[in-house]
Design a protein. Structure first.
Length: 221
């Protein structure tokens, strides 16, 4: 079990906000000092327009509030990221179904979940080995659109010879009655071995060698 995390981006953003707030605070104090000096030294017979000072002060206060709000949002974002990390952590050691073109062939074959964008007249799954060579083509697969379907591969090549266990890639083609292509999505069913947390997103590292976002998981088994 391995968990990796990267917080450099968050730290950079937080430091930037803190620097902005510090500079703004310095400018705010300088403005008040200048305002006090101008009021103290104004000509009593020709008093300065106080409305201008009030307007400037209000504008500076609004900027100060904006920077403070940004800091609070960054803190909230970090907290949400931590929640996402915990959710991903709970998936380690579990078998998940997520979008992917990689499948793991075991001793009992492999199952390839898929979904079609619409009903199809012909559905074909092409399986390739690590070298990119076609080892098997499965035809006449279920063509009902919108629902999660499953193609079952017995782990044998086109000559019926058992293939070694390992990672293979798949490509799904679906055609409507007029021969036009339909949108497809294949999924992998694999064990979650590790998790990394980068850029506010939890990524799951699967036993089949693939990496998917935790938020893309369709099912947990």
């Amino acid at each position: 079990m391995l968990i990796e995390s990267t917080s450099a981006a968050g730290a950079t953003g937080g430091a930037a906000s803190q620097n902005s707030l510090t500079k703004l605070s310095s400018d705010y104090k300088a403005f008040l000092k200048l305002l006090t000096a101008q009021i103290s030294n104004q000509d009593p017979l020709e008093p300065m327009d106080s409305t201008t000072f009030v307007t400037q002060l209000a504008q500076l206060s609004q900027v100060e509030q904006s920077v403070a709000t940004n800091t609070n949002l960054e803190t909230l974002s970090a907290q949400i990221s931590n929640i996402g990390s915990l959710a991903g952590l709970a998936l380690i050691g579990r078998t998940v179904v997520a979008p992917s073109e990689a499948i793991a062939l075991g001793t009992d074959g492999a199952t390839v979940p898929y979904r079609l964008g619409a009903d199809a007249d012909a559905v074909t799954l092409t399986i390739r080995d690590a070298a990119g060579d076609i080892v098997r083509v499965l035809k006449e697969l279920p063509g009902t659109g919108g629902e999660m379907q499953r193609a079952v591969w017995d782990g044998r090549d086109m000559d019926g010879t058992p293939l070694p266990e390992g990672t293979y890639t798949v490509a799904l083609e679906a055609l409507d009655p007029e021969g036009k292509a339909i949108n497809t999505q294949t999924y992998t069913r694999s064990l979650v071995q590790q998790m990394s947390f980068e850029g506010g997103l939890a990524s799951l590292h699967l036993a089949n060698g693939d990496t998917v976002l935790a938020g893309m998981v369709e099912m947990i088994e």
